[in-house]
Design a protein around this ligand. Structure first.
Ligand code: UN1
Length: 517
């Protein structure tokens, strides 16, 4: 580790998480095989170098796959509830290291410390969920049409699951996938975002500890590092029956095509362009909390971030004033300082995209009611801090249709019935999260009905972000159609087998077919 930042207890956090040397943990403990280029991880908080990680070459990848394949042979034969016990222990370790990991997430990614802790809490919650699920991987039994026959279905593990995760939830989204995949009997190969590789190493260390304590092969959890080229090793690899990928729609389309081309499965969790509809019956106070947290939480870098407020014309000015006033209270700065609401964007490329979006909305005829801007000077040396902005816009502006991963909120006006607002809400390519603020039952039910929101998530009197792990998470259209975490999302990590058993001395054929010999 070089040039370690010393402030905010990060050194201590890294020590607790066992992140020690510059080359550590590029794979499954097969560190000697990591011979690729170096990725340097700089904190967007203060611009300091956190650490360097070697990337995975094709030869390293083959070593990883050998370790994963052999680990799968052991892991798949362990009864699912025993696998659940391992996940329970992993969840316990996360509880112990919650503060350290939350701090690292905050420091490497830039989200507020509270949100870093919240992200680790999501990991703990999915472990608890998976432990219970490890005794509930149920199939159905059916009545056979033939006498003396029994028919049922069972679920078997798929094998090696590839996980590609994004920088914005550098640890939680991996755990949604792995905790479920593990209890299902799969082993995982994880490529974290090249923007947050140290978080990957920290998680790998925690998992490795649990596997070592239980005399299990570390290959159950494998880590590879690098950019899209390393991701391609997995998308092209027929030994990986499922690739779960989180990131941009652009990336998802490439992954989907590659994996489908070899008839593999993909689970995609891609971009969102999430809106809150605010009707004349909305509670304004609740609306402001939901909208502001949704738009500026994680500096607008959640896939569930609120990007559009669709406000009825009769309350438009009132809502606008309330939200603009709330923005005046926002404190932007070091996310490890709990007084601050908004931390930095991930890097200066993200800052450029933010600035570009503000320029474009004005060019298209929009009106900035909260101007935004890039911050500089003391505390903002990394160049990644921006002011959350609000623009009055029209639903069909190109920039409004586009997902900008930054704190830019568009105010859109609707008139007439809630149907008009729903039309605006649905008229974007993405379909992840959506919300309506109303105390009117008819409007709420209309929003949730078949003619309502076309998103994977549709909330009433709750904002668009901050979904609980117990529900299936994901969305439609350009969001990719995948579902992760709760409900029956586990099924994608398993293969279903239908079994018919004949316990007679005859061999009757189905559909009444006679075949006499
Ligand atoms: C993401 O941004 O990729 O619903 C995931 C939320 C979080 C997860 C977001 N629980 O905002």
């Amino acid at each position: 580790m070089s040039a370690m930042a010393t402030s905010f207890g990060i050194d201590k956090a890294l020590e607790i998480l066992g992140v020690k040397t510059i080359n550590e943990g590029t794979s499954t403990g097969l560190n000697n095989f990591s011979n690729g280029d170096i990725i340097e991880s700089y904190s967007p908080v203060d611009g300091h170098l956190i650490g360097k990680v070697k990337t995975t070459t094709k030869a390293d990848y083959e070593e990883v796959m050998t370790a994963a394949s052999s680990a799968f042979k052991t892991w798949r034969t362990m009864p699912a509830p025993q696998r659940g016990e391992i996940v329970r222990q992993f969840g316990e370790k996360l509880r112990e290291k919650k503060e350290a990991l939350g701090k690292l997430v905050s420091y490497e990614m830039g989200k507020s410390y509270q949100e870093g802790l919240g992200e680790v809490q999501e990991m703990i919650d999915i472990c608890d969920f998976a432990v219970g699920l490890s005794r509930q991987l149920h199939g159905l039994t059916m009545h056979s049409e033939r006498p003396g026959h029994r028919m049922y279905e069972q679920y078997h593990p798929l094998g090696i699951v590839g996980v590609i995760s994004a920088f914005n939830f550098p640890v939680a989204v991996w755990s949604w996938n792995t905790a479920l995949a593990w209890i299902c009997g799969d082993v995982c190969v994880w490529k974290p975002s090249e923007k947050t590789p140290i978080c990957g190493i920290a998680c790998q260390n925690i998992a490795a500890e649990v596997f070592a304590e239980n005399n299990l092969p570390e290959g159950i959890s494998c880590l590879i590092n690098g950019d899209y080229k390393v991701g391609e090793f997995m998308t092209k690899d027929t030994r990986i029956p499922l690739v779960s990928a989180t990131g941009s729609t652009r990336m998802g389309k490439i992954v989907a095509k590659e994996v489908a081309g070899r008839l593999g499965k993909s689970l995609l969790e891609l971009g969102g362009n999430n809106a809150i509809i605010v009707t004349p019956d909305a509670d304004i106070k609740m609306t402001v909390i939901g909208a502001v947290f949704g738009a500026v939480g994680t500096a607008g870098q959640r896939c569930t971030s609120t990007r559009r407020l669709i406000i009825h014309e009769s309350i438009y000015n009132k809502v606008k004033t309330a939200v603009v006033d709330a923005y005046k209270q926002l404190r932007i700065g070091n996310p490890l300082d709990e007084n601050n609401h908004v931390g930095p964007l991930i890097d200066t490329d993200a800052v450029n995209m933010y600035s570009e979006a503000l320029k474009k909305v004005v060019e298209e005829g929009g009106n900035l009611v909260v101007e935004g801007g890039v911050l500089s000077g003391e505390g903002y040396e990394s160049g990644c801090y921006v002011k959350p902005a609000i623009a009055e816009a029209k639903p069909d502006f190109k920039i409004v249709q586009h997902e900008t991963f930054a704190p830019v909120l568009y105010l859109l006006k609707y008139s007439g019935d809630v149907e008009n607002a729903i039309d605006i809400q649905n008229e974007v390519a993405q379909g992840l999260s959506s919300a309506i603020m109303t105390n009117n039952l008819r409007e709420a039910e209309r929003f949730l009905s078949v003619q309502g929101s076309d998103c994977g998530i549709a909330n009433v009197n709750i904002g668009t972000s901050g979904a609980e792990i117990g529900g299936a998470f994901g969305g439609e259209k350009d969001t990719g159609g995948g579902r992760e975490s709760g409900s029956d999302a586990w099924k994608i990590y398993m293969r279903r087998q239908t079994n018919t058993i004949n316990y007679t001395t005859e061999l009757p054929l189905a559909q009444g077919i006679k075949f006499d010999l």
